[in-house]
Design a protein around this ligand. Sequence first.
Ligand SMILES: NC(=O)c1ccc[n+]([C@@H]2O[C@H](COP(=O)([O-])OP(=O)(O)OC[C@H]3O[C@@H](n4cnc5c(N)ncnc54)[C@H](O)[C@@H]3O)[C@@H](O)[C@H]2O)c1
Ligand SMILES: O=C(O)C(=O)C[C@]1(C(=O)O)C=C[C@@H](O)C=C1
Length: 306
Amino acid sequence: MSGPVYDRVALIGLGLIAGSMAHAMREKGLAREVVGHARSAETRAVAREIGLVDRVTECAAEAVEGADLIVLAVPVGAMEEVAREIAPRLKGGATVTDVGSVKKAVIDGVAPHLPEGVHFVPAHPLAGTEHSGPRSGFASLFRNRWCILVPNGADRAAVDRLADLWRGMGANVDEMDADHHDLVLAVTSHTPHLIAYTMVGVADDLRRVTDSEVIKYSAAGFRDFTRIAASDPTMWRDVFLTNKDATLEILGRFTEELFALQRAIRTGDGDHLHAYFTRTRAIRRGIIEAGQDTEAPDFGRAGVTR
Ligand SMILES: NC(=O)c1ccc[n+]([C@@H]2O[C@H](COP(=O)([O-])OP(=O)(O)OC[C@H]3O[C@@H](n4cnc5c(N)ncnc54)[C@H](O)[C@@H]3O)[C@@H](O)[C@H]2O)c1
Ligand SMILES: O=C(O)C(=O)C[C@]1(C(=O)O)C=C[C@@H](O)C=C1
């Protein structure tokens, strides 16, 4: 990609995702100017200290003035409030996007506030870490990861331009409708996070029995759970409050399967357990063979046998 995709980009909320976008856009020269708004004086001070963006504003509406692309990078539950605040100052022809982990609730909250002539192209980069805040971003976060756009009838040229920005930051781009996105993410991200939170909570409840052994001897599986369970509480509270139906649907299925496995353990039904684990192992192997786990170590691929 050559040259900037947008002249001025405004980032609202300067945390992990906005910070990573700022680093990536700067590294690849994708925007002529990046303006950032943060609510707290502390975040604004850090953003200035590390030179995260070209200009930091105290007021969200001031940040979006004259911007060609406005990125809402706040927790899902704060999107509507921010949209209401910036709406009167948006430039005609500008594109508003968001990076929220849930799409239907964001569309319902944001779209009604945007004036005619402003394009709204919701997006969700499937990339993150358990860290948050203005120091947590890094330029390579989106490299070889998916970014899902949810155009919802938006102007084609505006959608394609946003797709160019995400590709410029290293992501692969796909499109989906909002309900489908929310169901897929309930399976691949939201419910797994809830399970990790629960498992770490259970271990913590048992800490008097196990002392610190759970942490000391934690094998890779539990260590991964603790990493996931360290994710931002505000962000995840909002995810579950706004993707309620899909998460409850998947949780219902999950508990049915869990009860079946629990029964197999109690009754000593080894065939059931073996057949189940064989099926799930094939799924992991399929992901690696399709080259869809870019972080899998080589020995993971080499270990795939039929
Ligand atoms: N962390 C991830 O793994 C990840 C991945 C993909 C998408 N997302 C989504 O991206 C969005 C941002 O997440 P993040 O990880 O960058 O979070 P973060 O906590 O690192 O940053 C969010 C920032 O928004 C600010 N904020 C909160 N309410 C605000 C308001 N009303 N006005 C202005 N600023 C406000 C917070 O102070 C914080 O600085 C969320 O909607 C999240 O669902 C997160
Ligand atoms: O790796 C992590 O820390 C993440 O959990 C990132 C993750 C995910 O579930 O994959 C979390 C939430 C997002 O909306 C997108 C990505």
